[in-house]
Ligand binder design. Structure first.
Ligand code: AMP
Length: 127
């Protein structure tokens, strides 16, 4: 089964309230919270509340309501964190790692919203 959701992953525990988080935004279907080990001045994670492993899993199987809610939550997080491009703000990078080659550590879909500084090249050039 390509999408085998492990409900013991750390973000599932955050959603169940078993582990604390610093919430930025909560909506009906999504939660945004600060990354515990920030790699930029702005580093916020946005996750759906549903049991989706990766972005492709979510995009293939989530309801329209979940997909709209998640994307609107991302937009709202960008506004809250002050990284909307233009309008005097600096823009951001959005990353969603998936699977082994994507080097995904937590197997619950999340997007990283990174900003507050120039984020450099998208990926390092192969050596
Ligand atoms: P990824 O490699 O894309 O799966 O990223 C997982 C992210 O989750 C990393 O940036 C971690 O710092 C972050 N993380 C892990 N545990 C927690 C936690 N309890 N609260 C907030 N962020 C976390």
């Amino acid at each position: 089964m390509p999408y085998d959701y492990d409900d013991q992953n750390i973000f599932a525990k955050i959603l169940r309230g078993e582990i604390p988080n610093t919430t930025v935004l909560e909506t009906e279907h999504s939660l945004a919270f600060e990354d515990i080990a920030p790699e930029a001045p702005v580093h916020t994670l946005v996750i759906p509340k549903g049991p989706y492993v990766t972005y492709d899993h979510f995009a293939a199987e989530a309801s329209d309501a979940e997909i709209v809610d998640f994307n609107r939550a991302i937009a709202e997080v960008c506004r809250i964190k002050g990284v909307v491009p233009g309008d005097g703000q600096g823009g951001f990078r959005m990353i969603s790692n998936a699977g082994e080659n994507g080097v995904q550590e937590v197997p619950h879909l999340h997007v990283h919203i990174l900003g507050g500084q120039n984020m450099g090249r998208m990926v390092p050039r192969p050596t």
